[in-house]
Design a protein around this ligand. Structure first.
Ligand SMILES: NC(=O)C1=CN([C@@H]2O[C@H](COP(=O)(O)OP(=O)(O)OC[C@H]3O[C@@H](n4cnc5c(N)ncnc54)[C@H](OP(=O)(O)O)[C@@H]3O)[C@@H](O)[C@H]2O)C=CC1
Ligand SMILES: N[C@@H](CC=O)C(=O)O
Length: 431
């Protein structure tokens, strides 16, 4: 090893992820020092409550609730607090002082990434956030660096471990959403406020980051169409299973041709019904999988643990080692993170095929009458399946006609029909 001075690492947060990062920094200090070429000195761990009981035993003298002082004088600040404030202010202070920053905070990067990247660029510092999407899966660096010379057309996949865990348990064990969420929280997968997971905010933040990187543009978080899984009922799960399908929460970011012929970006997060044979159907528990399609590279698939303390700590430490090597080498080891804006405007409408499950009256010609009504609303019916024993029917509605507004007006019209006893579920399909 050369004789570079030790690097001062300030760790903010000692929860599910932060405590694992601290453990690894302490347990593997000699190995990490050898890899970096200088010791990584953990100078302090910022928390809210220094006396709180933690899963990992941490040296008491490192814990502090004075995060501002901890950040001042650090070479690299690792932010694992979550939420916007005080994380944003602390990182801006760290960057202004010339420190590099590593964060797993997707909510912060999605909402304030450009502000952080600009603050870093001013002083020649860097912001790394590999752990912000896909937990342990390397996906930020492949999009930012490996695919920088290609033209990405689509990024699609499961990017939230908690909701995948919940839907998986609803399918495989018949669990309720609430019970499965409690287990996911106990396992350290969920956000501090799990509303972020189950209402799709966390996946939408990740979609913002993925779309911005993939399409070299800024996709504001509020331009991402977002639906969570709180509307997913047992009936929908059972309906999907009857058709050999599985429900998943997916993020879809794609380059689409606008009506004026210019490319636009569509980014959306919502539950979908997938055939049981689809590769995403085999993604269980809190695993994530992301497919990237690029014009020259073709199809790429990234799979691994999407949440969890040790798994996410792996990605955080990867960023930390890269940053530390940059210090030791005395020059840029990683490009400055930036979303160069190529001017692709976000596109909010969602076009999709839908499966509509209903229970109909036992009268002749009912489904033909319903298909006629749908057609009056400009919605085509691709296929019909009916169970004569109980009047339940499933209609697949066509791609081009099934825009969100049309589906809403169709449902309203169906609710007024005497032939329709109940609308059981309506869900978007992916083949
Ligand atoms: N959990 C996961 O699987 C993954 C998490 N992430 C991201 O990593 C980050 C951390 O997540 P996670 O470890 O699960 O979060 P936790 O809620 O488990 O831990 C948060 C930590 O930050 C501290 N903290 C929070 N707010 C403050 C504050 N205002 N002042 C001082 N300390 C504060 C808490 O202190 P105290 O302990 O005293 O309460 C706690 O130690 C988040 O941005 C999350 O989105 C990313 C990928 C996966
Ligand atoms: N709560 C998140 C944690 C990782 O990003 C998730 O469940 O995916």
């Amino acid at each position: 090893m050369n004789h570079y001075r030790s690097l001062r690492i300030a760790l903010l947060g000692a929860g599910s992820v932060g405590s694992q990062v601290a453990r690894l920094l302490i347990e593997q200090q000699h190995e990490l020092a050898a890899r970096v070429g200088a010791p990584l000195e953990l100078v302090g761990i910022g928390v809210r409550d220094v006396d709180a009981k933690r899963d990992v035993e941490l040296p008491r003298e490192l814990l502090t609730d004075d995060l501002e002082t901890l950040v001042a004088g650090a070479d690299i600040v690792v932010e694992l607090l979550g939420g916007i404030e005080p994380a944003r202010t602390l990182l801006l202070e760290a960057l202004a002082a010339g420190a590099d920053v590593v964060t797993a905070n997707k909510a912060l990067v999605a909402a304030h990434g450009p502000e952080l990247f600009e603050a870093a660029a001013v002083v020649g510092a860097h912001v790394a956030y590999e752990a912000a999407v896909g937990g342990a899966i390397p996906i930020i660096r492949p999009l930012e660096q490996s695919l920088a010379g290609d033209r990405v057309t689509r990024v699609m996949g499961i990017v939230n471990g908690t909701t995948n865990f919940i839907l998986d348990r609803m399918h495989t064990e018949g669990s309720s959403l609430e019970d499965a969420l409690a287990t996911a929280t106990a396992l350290g997968y969920a956000e501090a406020d799990p509303t972020a997971d189950i209402e799709g905010f966390d996946a939408a933040s990740k979609a913002t980051i993925l779309a911005s990187l993939a399409f070299h543009t800024e996709v504001p978080a509020d331009q991402v169409h977002r639906e969570g899984i709180t509307g997913v009922t047992d009936a929908m799960v059972q309906q999907a299973e009857r058709g050999g399908r599985v429900l998943k929460l997916v993020a879809i970011c794609e380059r689409v041709a606008g009506e004026d012929g210019a490319d636009r970006v569509s980014a959306r997060v919502h539950p979908v019904s997938l055939p049981g044979t689809h590769p995403l159907a085999a993604v269980h528990e809190a695993m994530n999988a992301i497919f990237v399609t690029a014009e020259s590279a073709g199809d790429l698939m990234f799979y691994g643990a999407g949440a969890g303390g040790p798994e996410t700590a792996s990605a955080v430490l990867g960023d930390l080692v890269s940053m530390a090597r940059r210090h030791v080498a005395g020059g840029p080891g990683m490009p400055v993170s930036t979303h160069a804006n190529l001017g692709l405007a976000p596109f909010a409408d969602v076009l999709a095929r839908h499966e509509l499950a209903l229970t109909v009256a036992d009268r002749p010609g009912v489904l033909a009458r319903i298909a006629g009504l749908l057609s009056e609303h400009g919605v085509s019916v691709e296929s019909v399946r009916q169970d004569p024993s109980d009047g339940s029917a499933s209609l697949v509605l066509g791609t081009h006609t099934a825009s969100e507004g049309r589906i809403a007006s169709v449902l309203e019209a169906l609710e007024q029909q005497d032939d329709v006893e109940r609308i059981d579920s309506v869900i978007r399909l992916i083949d």
